[in-house]
Ligand binder design. Structure first.
Ligand code: TLP
Length: 346
């Protein structure tokens, strides 16, 4: 696809700014497989401190980060509890089955939040017929639920249950900074309930590549080996880590702007006949747009939008997803609303 003027398909489409590129070009590097890349070490220390963990590991993607964590925390044949529409269950190509030989036990959430009693019911009894439940996975913010925030009180309740039942906890915090900026709850406050936390640098934070997995020193020692097995051990990777450091130093507070733009888009689209927005879903930088006009398909609407230089992804036959980010400004959001109006009212 040629360059699109207003690209709302994902916050993964963000491009490194000239300042970020300069930081990357000037990064001090070394061979990270020897642990000798000073910029990568700095990034790992920074994320570990941000999340209140002993250690952290730079990895190529959010998917690899989740997959390494689950591999480290489970044994083949274990069950893992996750939300039905979680990224690990929906979008990681059955990776948990492929890499870890574990069985997902999905639980339906409300706005991405799994009811405590449903999680409790999903824990297998100690019985020769049951695969042992080992891990509970939470996604914050929850992508397919619409960028919804997992309230800290709910995290705490599930963590307490996990402790009582001797289960481990993994956080897919690809967009944890969006949750944190929106609620004012510190990232370490969320992270303290989890054995492992995955944080993405290449979504709303605007770095071109990379995620960071964090946890105890013992966990990260294991994760280092699994990253090698998965082919994710990199060499002079400080070039990429520098983009991540720049993102954490410059692009966190500004996530507020993305959230304001998402609200603006949601309000504007809600006023257009044939479209429905659930205001409860609009909590951070994602807007789920439901089609309520039988004459339209999401495919047709996506194509019409593209002709007007606006790119949006269809989630399914009735739903589109728009994601705001640092490469889309307020004026472009207002323009997008008008383009939608023009198309839907034609
Ligand atoms: N999400 C992507 C797509 O895979 C759907 C997107 O455009 O939103 N956890 C969460 C919650 C995510 O949303 C994503 C990416 C990942 C993990 C995986 O990150 P990457 O793409 O770096 O492997």
């Amino acid at each position: 696809m040629s360059e699109i003027r207003i690209d709302l398909r994902s916050d993964t489409v963000t491009k490194p700014s000239p300042e970020m590129r300069a930081a990357m070009a000037n990064a001090e590097v070394g061979d990270d497989v020897y642990g000798e890349d000073p910029t990568t070490n700095r990034l790992q220390e920074k994320v570990a401190a941000l999340l209140g963990k002993e250690a952290a590991l730079f990895v190529p993607s959010g998917t690899m980060s989740n997959q390494i964590a689950i591999k480290c925390l489970t044994q083949p044949g274990d069950e893992i509890i996750c939300e039905y529409e979680s990224h690990i269950y929906t979008y990681e190509a059955s990776g948990v089955a492929f890499n870890s030989l574990v069985m997902p036990r999905p639980v339906w959430g409300y706005y991405g939040v799994m009811p405590l009693e449903e999680v409790e019911k999903a824990i297998r009894p100690e019985n020769i017929h049951a695969g042992p439940t080992r891990l509970i996975e939470i996604e914050n913010t929850h992508n397919r639920a619409g960028g919804t925030i997992y309230p800290i009180e709910e995290v705490e309740k599930i963590a307490q249950l996990a402790r009582e039942r001797k289960l481990l906890m993994h956080l897919d915090g690809a967009r944890l900074m969006n949750a944190s900026v929106s609620t004012g709850v510190a990232p370490a406050e969320y992270a303290k309930y989890f054995d492992s936390v995955s944080l993405c640098l290449s979504k709303g934070l605007g770095a071109p590549v990379g995620s960071v997995l964090s946890g105890s020193s013992e966990f990260i020692t294991k994760a280092l080996r699994v990253r090698k097995i998965f082919g994710g051990a990199m060499r002079q990777v400080g070039i990429l880590a520098a983009g991540g450091l720049y993102a954490l130093e410059h692009n966190v507070e500004r996530l507020k702007i993305d959230h304001e733009n998402a609200s603006l888009l949601a309000e504007g689209l809600a006023g257009i006949a044939g479209l429905y927005i659930d205001p409860k879903q609009v909590q951070t930088n994602i807007v789920m747009i439901y089609l309520r006009n039988p004459d339209w398909s999401t495919e047709k609407l996506v194509n019409q939008l593209l002709k007007n230089d606006v790119a949006i992804n269809a989630v399914n036959h009735e739903r589109l997803r728009a994601v705001t980010h640092l490469d889309v400004n307020r004026d472009q959001i207002l323009e997008t609303i008008e383009i939608f109006r023009k198309i839907m009212e034609a």
